[in-house]
Design a protein around this ligand. Sequence first.
Ligand SMILES: Cc1cc2nc3c(=O)[nH]c(=O)nc-3n(C[C@H](O)[C@H](O)[C@H](O)COP(=O)(O)OP(=O)(O)OC[C@H]3O[C@@H](n4cnc5c(N)ncnc54)[C@H](O)[C@@H]3O)c2cc1C
Length: 392
Amino acid sequence: MSEHYDVIVAGGGVMGSAIAYFLGADPDFDGTVLVVERDPSYADCATTRSWGGIRQQFSTPENVRMSLFATDFVRAAGETLAVDGEAPDLAFRERGYLFLASAAGQAVLRDNVAAQRALGAAVDLLDPPALVARFPWLEVSDIAAGAFGARNEGWIDPSALLHAFRRKARALGAVYVADEICAIDRAGAGVAGVRLRAGRRLGCGILVNAAGPWAGALAALAGIELPVRPRKRTTFVFDCREPLPPLPLTVDPSGVAVRPEGAQYLAILSPPEDQDPDSTDLEPDHSLFEEVIWPVLAARVPAFAAIKATGAWAGHYDYNTFDQNAVLGPHPDLGNFLFCNGFSGHGIQQSPAAGRALAELIVHRRYRTLDLSAFSFDRIPAGRALREVNVV
Ligand SMILES: Cc1cc2nc3c(=O)[nH]c(=O)nc-3n(C[C@H](O)[C@H](O)[C@H](O)COP(=O)(O)OP(=O)(O)OC[C@H]3O[C@@H](n4cnc5c(N)ncnc54)[C@H](O)[C@@H]3O)c2cc1C
């Protein structure tokens, strides 16, 4: 193979671009980086179809820590990701997340909040009178408690983050190529290189899987089973005639989530696991709004009884069917094949910490800032699930 790169990153979405940026930004790294992205328009990838939410309200401690870093990173991004004096605008809206629990979910919510607070997250547990005082637009007759993150939670523009990472990574030396990896060549206990759809064969020192919802398919090219699948999620856009104060991203006990987007609102619902097949299409599940989501919204926020759906789009979660958590680091048998996958609906906020973590593994061969070894690949063949229960 004549062409060789120290690191080839498969997929140039928010993860691949975050890894390329953190490699370039590490003063101890002087290698070559190639990011292979089959669709530089990013029309169908998870990143550009995402809600861009950042929250500290997770059940896995590492996830809380990763999101705390995300907020710090987003606040500083105007400086760190600036290129030629041009600062990106990630449009951070620090409006908070509000998780609501019925009596059945109250104990789990309370335990989660205690664990999150112990890790430094600013999350308040509110009883129904406190909820009504703070959010008068809310119907709480069936609610036992709510958890509200008043600081460090909200949402950003996910495309802006992707393009800011990509632009800075290129400024720091990463090369992007528009092509598809269609084969992976193995050699002994490692990966020797990749083959591209257009015909090129490239050698590499390290291959990183950052193929998002298609990470399972990419791993299969090397004969590896990775339980990450594309799972369809439909976002509905609606107008509400009655003006409301700024809403946080509100998660109903049913799982329906809603947040403002400019003058409109977005709503989404993840189906139960047994009704959540792998998906290849991006056709919105239109019936979901009238039949399931709208009745929940109308009962929870009386002003939402009179709303008008104005649009919908579908996107794919990069869903880890094993335990809904990230898979980070090398494969146990193929030491130079690294994974950055399976974020299951929380990859935007995890991209700064995951990108930094992969760069640390590549350059320093260990985690230096945040220990994310709980997410290592070997937990999967060992059957050691690290289940995240707060998946929205
Ligand atoms: C509706 C929706 C809402 C979401 N909301 C949130 C949220 O509020 N907060 C949050 O943190 N996360 C959220 N997420 C999740 C988040 O968007 C993803 O976890 C994240 O974008 C994953 O980034 P990625 O770079 O791994 O994947 P992607 O953005 O999908 O990028 C992967 C790239 O790999 C490329 N690729 C794949 N295979 C190959 C190949 N063989 N060769 C070359 N290129 C290849 C693809 O073209 C793609 O561009 C949401 C996702 C969806 C769909």
